[in-house]
Design a protein around this ligand. Structure first.
Ligand code: HEM
Ligand code: HEM
Length: 187
């Protein structure tokens, strides 16, 4: 059913980071919306605490993932994939990595501009990335929210592309990112 067009799978580390990030991003979307709409209370602060701690975790994992990708490369795309689709895939992946950095960084700026300490899982406190500034805080909030919508739209395209590869093209691209469904050949 899946021709040998894409015979190699993503490496276990790349897969683990990919699916761990999927779970974290989903949790962050939910926590972000809940925290902003919750009435002022200890629960609201807890929701923000988890949102920020998990958001900083994504920042760390994204840096790790980019480093991994730059040093380990990727399995080849199907040979019959048109050139424009290769560029589109490459560009959308670069953009996704960009959002995985820009979302937490803009959140960190909101937090510092609002003059809140940034405690990560009660383990350590990160320094302020900018000086307290009300105008910057509100600009960073607008940016965080706008980035969120663009990121979410890009993710819809990303998931649609993965499903198109699986259901219509049947080329194994989706399987190459699924846990251990295919033999791993990449280092
Ligand atoms: C990938 C990481 C992140 C994602 C996907 C994300 C997503 C979101 C979403 C969906 C919201 C609700 C929409 C809104 O009203 O702005 C939100 C709000 C917020 N996030 Fe994040 N966030 C991330 C990381 C962070 C980090 C690391 C921090 C702080 C260190 C942070 C701080 C905030 C704050 C303060 C708000 C409330 C903004 C407001 O009052 O308008 N976020 N985030
Ligand atoms: C928060 C959600 C997601 C994020 C942030 C995300 C991010 C990424 C990134 C950055 C890559 C590029 C890897 C690289 O070239 O280095 C990638 C690849 C991939 N993702 Fe996702 N992804 C998400 C959700 C999903 C979902 C839900 C699916 C499946 C339905 C999926 C399927 C794939 C596949 C099959 C690849 C490999 C594509 C290829 O070999 O060119 N992703 N993802």
């Amino acid at each position: 059913m899946y021709p040998a067009a894409n015979t190699e799978s993503w490496n276990g580390v790349a897969k683990s980071l990919h699916w761990l990030m999927v779970v974290l991003i989903l949790a962050l979307f939910i926590l972000g919306w809940m925290a902003t709409s919750w009435p002022l209370s200890p629960t609201k602060l807890k929701l923000f605490f988890w949102h920020k701690s998990l958001g900083i975790t994504v920042l760390g994992l994204a840096l790790l993932r980019i480093l991994w990708r730059l040093t380990h490369g990727r399995p080849p795309l199907p040979l019959n994939m048109p050139r424009w689709e290769r560029y589109a895939a490459e560009a959308s992946h670069v953009l996704l990595y960009g959002f995985l950095l820009a979302m937490p960084l803009s959140g960190w700026i909101i937090n510092a501009a609002a003059n809140f300490p940034l405690k990560v899982f009660r383990l350590f406190t990160l320094p302020a990335i900018v000086a307290p500034d009300k105008a910057l805080q509100s600009l960073a909030q607008t940016i965080h929210l706008s980035l969120f919508w663009i990121f979410a739209s890009l993710l819809v395209l990303h998931i649609a592309a993965a499903l198109r590869h699986h259901i219509i093209l049947k080329d194994g691209v989706l399987l190459s990112m699924l846990p251990s469904l295919r033999e791993e050949k990449t280092p």
